[in-house]
Structure formats: structure tokens, C-alpha cells
Design a protein around this ligand. Structure first.
Ligand code: DC
Length: 218
């Protein structure tokens, strides 16, 4: 069983590349950001304070979270909520909920379970550092913050969500800071990860780089 981890900040290209890499290799694709987003959505849906760890821990015991690792769809209590998870509001709420130990423990457990199902590309913030420390291949993607904001704007535009570039830049900067400075599992490369700066690179270039490195080391 092979585990490939891809970590990095928002807009570094890790989701697009993770999904494509998994498709090319025929691996399961684990989008762990979507898991944090689903918990944030459920907390908001139930009117909970996103900082109330006890209430959210109770909620986690009560709800059923389902992740389809082939299609990437997410369901809470059998309701498909995938299309509700990509918005600036959910960006901020998922980052806030990801600080809570109860949430991290719960999701880490589910993520490791998913890793037992076969070869996997696991993408997020702490895949190489915490969830799969013994992964076969670890990558950490970065990119210039202006390019990351522009990419995010393109994604939101494609979903017909109009958000000003300056607002996206400010939100990404705040989220980078929150994700990198939190106490539990902060965003950062594992000591044995290959760091790739994707600024100015096309998706295909990055994929080729990753596939070449995997082939060389296999
Ligand atoms: O990758 P994403 O933008 O969908 O992630 C949303 C938030 O979830 C991100 O700001 C931090 C959190 N997250 C995390 O803490 N650990 C992960 N492995 C994945 C996401």
C-alpha cells in the first residue's frame, strides 16, 4: 500500500494536483480540507459557536459524516453538502474549527481509516507531519501569495461567486497566519517532504515533477 501526502497553504495547487495525481495513479484521493469544511458546516447548521469545543465534540458523536473518496463528495447525515463547502465564509469557519483538538482527533482517526482502504493521495495541512508520518512520498506545495489569491479568484469566478481580489488576498493572508500559527498540527512541511514552489508553473509541470520523483524513488 502506497501513501502519498500533499500539504500546503490555500491556493498552492494541492487540491487540483492531488486529485489529478490520484486519478493518474488510480489511487484514492483524500481531500481532508473538505472534512474540516463539513464539520464547520454542521456546526453552523446546528447554531453552534465555532469555538465551543465541548458542543462540537458532542455534535461529532451525533452526526454521520460520509466521504466518497472516488468522487470527492461529502455527506452529513446522508445530505450531500459538497456544493455548500466552497465559499469565503466556509474558508474562515473551517480554519477556525480546525484549531480544536476534538475535531482534529476525530478527523485524524477517519483519515487514517481511509488510508487502510488502499493506495492513497492524502491532501491537507498535516498529512505528512501528523496523520501519515510514515508516508512513502511527501510533498509540500507553496506559491507566491498574489498568485494564490488570483487562482482562488478564478475558482470562485467559475462558481459564479464574485469576490474582490483584494478581499481574497486579505482572507488568504489571515488564513495562512491562523493555519501556520495554531498550536495543534500547524501547517508546515515535514522534515522529509519535497517542497515545490508552484509559482508560475502550470499544473501539468508540477504533476510531471511529482510523477518523476515518485518513479525515481520507487
Ligand atoms: O484545504 P482547504 O482550504 O479546503 O482547508 C480548509 C481549512 O481546513 C484550512 O484553512 C485548515 C483546515 N485543515 C486542516 O487544519 N488540516 C487539514 N489536514 C486540512 C485542512
Amino acid at each position: 500500500m502506497t501513501v502519498i501526502t500533499i500539504d500546503g497553504p490555500a491556493g498552492s495547487g494541492k487540491s487540483t494536483i492531488g486529485r489529478e495525481l490520484a486519478a493518474r495513479l488510480g489511487y484514492i484521493y483524500l481531500d481532508t480540507g473538505a472534512m474540516y469544511r463539513a464539520v464547520a458546516w454542521a456546526a453552523r447548521e446546528n447554531g453552534l459557536d465555532i469555538k465551543d469545543e465541548k458542543a462540537i465534540a458532542v455534535l461529532l458523536e451525533q452526526i454521520e459524516l460520509d466521504f466518497d473518496f472516488r468522487s470527492g463528495r461529502v455527506a452529513v447525515n446522508n445530505k450531500d453538502i459538497s456544493y455548500l463547502l466552497r465559499s469565503p465564509e466556509m474558508d474562515a469557519l473551517s480554519s477556525a474549527v480546525s484549531r480544536l483538538g476534538a475535531v482534529r482527533n476525530h478527523l485524524t482517526h477517519l483519515q487514517r481509516q481511509a488510508g487502510q482502504n488502499g493506495d492513497i493521495v492524502a491532501e491537507g495541512r498535516d498529512m505528512g507531519t501528523v496523520v501519515f508520518p510514515d508516508a512513502d512520498f511527501k510533498f509540500f506545495l507553496t506559491a507566491d501569495i498574489h498568485e494564490r489569491a488570483a487562482r482562488r479568484k478564478g475558482q470562485l469566478d467559475a462558481l459564479n461567486k464574485t469576490v474582490a481580489y483584494e478581499d481574497i488576498l486579505a482572507q488568504i493572508s489571515l488564513r495562512d497566519e491562523a493555519d501556520s500559527k495554531r498550536t495543534l498540527s500547524p501547517l508546515g512541511p515535514a522534515s522529509d517532504a519535497v517542497v515545490i514552489d508552484t509559482t508560475g508553473l502550470m499544473i501539468d509541470d508540477v504533476l510531471k515533477k511529482i510523477l518523476t520523483l515518485i518513479k525515481i524513488r520507487q
